[in-house]
Design a protein around this ligand. Structure first.
Ligand code: MD3
Ligand code: FE
Length: 203
């Protein structure tokens, strides 16, 4: 079940399979309070991925830049609490991949429709890069691009499906990565949609 894709990158295929219904129920509850929205980059482009967050902090993008904030700018309320099922799964996946004591304070929830993509980028808005990142894929399959430590390095393509969990840390923490445009298709539980949960320790 455990595939080492590169140094510090572990794919746990189907690791979340038993919990997908509870995860999706929790996503529906979170996004009632803090709805999915397409944020704008500091350069003025609207991201095609729709996002929300739960946890003590949330990742946001606006004309001022990219950062973590304790309140949802849509309603000025604290982000919804991180559900126990999210935390337990993220911690057990990290442990399975060799990272003990992962304590995420943010879960960024990304929603993709067919045609939606995420351009190559690094995750570097966090205070401490020694913590790993855990990502859970739900719904339609996607092709994930795992690049190198520089933007122009070649990337490898990895198919991610419903219930797959990816953990990366250590030497892989600052690798470039992205997601190719989602193919038009329909998933039995989610319809024409992919949801990705990304757990980070931001503070
Ligand atoms: C590999 N999300 O929100 S998660 C993001 O599927 C993001 O929504 C993607 O990248 C998604 O920032 C990919 C998997 C992931 C995240 C960070 C990584 C893989 C990574 C950092 C380094 C290497
Ligand atoms: Fe990322």
């Amino acid at each position: 079940q455990r595939e080492d894709l590169a140094a510090g990158v572990v794919l746990l295929r189907g690791f979340a399979r038993e919990q997908t219904a509870s995860l999706l129920l929790a996503v529906a509850q979170i996004t009632q309070a803090s709805p999915f929205r397409q944020m704008s980059t500091p350069g003025g482009y609207r991201m095609s991925v729709a996002m929300s967050n739960c946890g003590a902090l949330g990742w946001i993008a606006d004309s001022q830049g990219y950062r973590y904030a304790a309140r949802d700018p849509l309603n000025n309320h604290a982000w919804p609490a991180m559900p126990e099922v999210f935390l337990a799964l993220a911690r057990s996946a990290a442990l399975e991949a060799g990272f003990a004591d992962f304590l995420p304070d943010v879960c960024l929830i990304n929603r993709y429709a067919p045609g939606t993509k995420l351009s190559m980028h690094q995750d570097k808005d966090e205070a401490d890069f020694s913590a790993p990142i855990v990502s859970i894929s739900l719904g339609l399959p996607a092709i994930f691009l795992l690049g190198g430590l520089q933007r122009n390095h070649p990337s490898q393509r990895i198919g991610l499906s419903h219930g797959d969990v990816l953990v990366w840390g250590g030497p892989a923490r600052l690798r470039y990565h992205g997601v190719l445009a989602l193919k038009q298709d329909s998933h039995a539980e989610l319809g024409a949609c992919r949801i990705n949960l990304t757990f980070r320790q931001a503070a």
